[in-house]
Design a protein around this ligand. Sequence first.
Ligand SMILES: Cc1cc2nc3c(=O)[nH]c(=O)nc-3n(C[C@H](O)[C@H](O)[C@H](O)COP(=O)(O)OP(=O)(O)OC[C@H]3O[C@@H](n4cnc5c(N)ncnc54)[C@H](O)[C@@H]3O)c2cc1C
Length: 473
Amino acid sequence: MGDPQGFLKIKRKESGYRPVEIRINDYSEVEQTLPDDARMSQASRCMECGVPFCHWACPVANVMPEWQDLLFRGKWRDAYEVLQETNNFPEFTGRVCPALCEASCVLSINDDAVTIRQNEVAVIEKAFEAGYVKARPPRRRTGKKAAVIGSGPAGLACADMLNRAGHTVTVYEREDSVGGYLRFGIPDFKLDKKIIDRRIEVLRKEGLVIRIGVSVGQDISAEELLKENDALCIAIGARKTRDLPIEGRDLRGVHFAMEYLAQQNRIVRGDPISDRDLIMALNKNVLVIGGGDTGSDCVGTANRQGAHRVMQIEIMPQPPKNRTAKEPWPLWPRLYKTSSSHEEGCERRWNIVTKKFIGENGSVKKVLAAQVEWKEESGKTVMAEIPGSEFEIDADLVLIAMGFEHVIHEGMVKALGISLDGRGNIAVDRDFMTSRKGVFAAGDAHRGASLVVWAIHEGRCAAEAIDRYLSED
Ligand SMILES: Cc1cc2nc3c(=O)[nH]c(=O)nc-3n(C[C@H](O)[C@H](O)[C@H](O)COP(=O)(O)OP(=O)(O)OC[C@H]3O[C@@H](n4cnc5c(N)ncnc54)[C@H](O)[C@@H]3O)c2cc1C
């Protein structure tokens, strides 16, 4: 432990965001960085607890106390080496992870948690800058072949681990670029896409083959891939979006959040979008339906596009600002969050149900909504509309950000005939194998819509299991 009194002397210091009036004009990352000495002081706040709950809470089991100590001592390279042992892509999680670890930091019981996520991104950025991150191709090849379908964080983590183990791995991606929702989902102002390209370059140098623009189930069948390979990992995400099939859903100006966000990612990289397809918030009253992170990303994007007004509504009640007895430390609490996008301007309302989209000449103009209340009835929480509470919201662009149902069944999943779980995602056994021998699944496709860090964890677990399977073969 670097400084046994660090946590008593140093207060938590955030990297902070660029000023709203500046960042709102561009799509560059909003989060800033601290100078090295300040970052090292922040790491000194880690108490190196006997039972490190941060490590317990982290899906990839990062060993936080070890690399906080190394960081405090200025041993950036060693900190990087320890970090990369458990996390293939700290540059992604260091930017976008909600930091389950920090909610479980022992210091957070009566003080502010260690800035673990921000320390993580500082360590990995230093590692890239100083040239510590180098291609480390495997010394020998096993002669076994594996195919990974999907290049999101789950597919990439799985492919990276299998490649490191010496297997010959090909990733198949249906889009024209690698990264899944990291690329076409998460806005550039949270994750610059150069960060993905930089990692892909390393992975390719290590011998990973990535074939973009190949939709498995359409351009090539999974059966063919099975014949050509010794194992298959399905990491295609949970991409069936939850819809709102109410009156007026087919009006112009009502879109899924994902159409909107993915399109903006493409605009930022310079893709031309036709006037007919363009979804633009400029001068519009924008209504985002869904109070989660995807909704928040829509808010940030709409403000950058010059929206007249942005409102975000949620059917559930406003979460509490502090932990409740139902979610005691060290559990992850569902708390009221103000994201950088919310800071940029947005009216937020809770307990609102959307009843109808109202149009004029085929385009949405208003939304009919009502206030609801949630009550406990016979041990269940039930929703009831408050009589007479209906009201209209002006809206000429509506973005539906109500989450995802499950993996898409049509196409490859159906063709393979693999079993699904009760929620419609791909069922796997303890070894991440599906009901078909040699076919594995990882990430959102198996877990349901989740987090980048869980996708990386599942990719790693599936790779470990596939490696065992290939070794037995
Ligand atoms: C807008 C948005 C914001 C988010 N923000 C955050 C955040 O801030 N922090 C966080 O931790 N998580 C966030 N998430 C969640 C996170 O991005 C996902 O949990 C994660 O990307 C899941 O990884 P995955 O690899 O399982 O799937 P995905 O990222 O969905 O990748 C699946 C890949 O498979 C490809 N594919 C699908 N079908 C085929 C096929 N038949 N053939 C070939 N390729 C195919 C897809 O094109 C895609 O590239 C966000 C999600 C969204 C949508």
